[in-house]
Ligand binder design. Sequence first.
Ligand SMILES: C[S@@+](CC[C@H](N)C(=O)[O-])C[C@H]1O[C@@H](n2cnc3c(N)ncnc32)[C@H](O)[C@@H]1O
Length: 362
Amino acid sequence: MTGVRSWERGGSALERTAALLRVQGAACRDIGSPLYGDLLAHAADDLLAGGPVASVLAGHLDSRPASVLALRMLGGAHALALSGQAPELAAWYPSAGGATDQEPGSPRAWSALRQTLAGQPDAIREWLNWPPQTNEVGRAAALIGGLLYLTARASLPARLVEVGASAGLNLRADQFFVPGDAGTYGDPDSPVVLSHGWQGAAPPAGPVEVISRVGGDIAPIDPASPAGRLRLTAYVWPDQADRLARLRGALAVAERVPAELRAEPATATLARTELADGTWTVLWHSIFRQYLTQEQRAELADGVARLGAAATPRARFAYLYLEQSRAGGCPVTLTTWPGGSTEILGAASPHGIPVRWGSLAR
Ligand SMILES: C[S@@+](CC[C@H](N)C(=O)[O-])C[C@H]1O[C@@H](n2cnc3c(N)ncnc32)[C@H](O)[C@@H]1O
């Protein structure tokens, strides 16, 4: 917060960017990456001292906070470590098989990152042009629960349609495993285990049958291409073992379970969606609505209303989403047609895990 305020107040572009690196580092530390917390504190000092960070970020110091320049730079360095092009950095990144720097402030990891930034500035600068793009597999814990609620209402196969699908990994949610005290779902041998995925009163037990998987995104990532896989992995923080394991498991599932993924805006995905007899058509999105303009939100609502109006007891329609609410937290919201009744099924963290189901959510 302090850093964002000083960004708004002014100071030189260099000072503002250094403040933003510190803010981003504190945020990473808060939500599970002590390593990035340490590295970005060092990077801010290095920028002010005119070190390799200053060379890499030259020309980008007027970037808005929302462009998360720090994560773009670190994504580029992480990609080099993961692809074997920065062994010095890989040695201190657990995601690349390296050790955890146990020294307070992670000085050895910082020294390695500084060396990589100094040695390969152009490769990292390329990543400054791309917005960080992730596909959080943990959010599938909410989708699976929603599918179980649907099946309990009417036992029909599901046709999944996802807008803002990124790489479409969560279109394979039914193939994942959720172990736990609050109910269990799926095959324990699945490469994706959503540990601690569910809390509270579990969704109804039952099989889920998914008969089609269709997604759209304005900037889709191909999970089958080496470049796509590297991109998705590079934006996960190197010391977040659980997120990485989920992502790598989902990439393996995507190899054997096909899904259609189109480069298109949500409006186009909605426009070509029709209901089908004997099925649930399930429109789903997660942490996507915040990127839409007011106009795009209205178009989304119109598309949902059109499909809802077309629903019959034979051709059912469900609208399920996990999105940040103004009141805090991320409710899991389900509306089903015919009828159009809406229920908050639970609430989750922004990364999806855990989902707290039932009365605990309210
Ligand atoms: C934070 S990511 C979430 C991706 C995925 N839903 C998940 O939960 O991992 C938001 C996604 O929305 C996509 N997006 C933003 N605006 C869009 C639009 N108008 N139509 C389709 N996709 C959009 C972005 O490209 C990005 O992949």
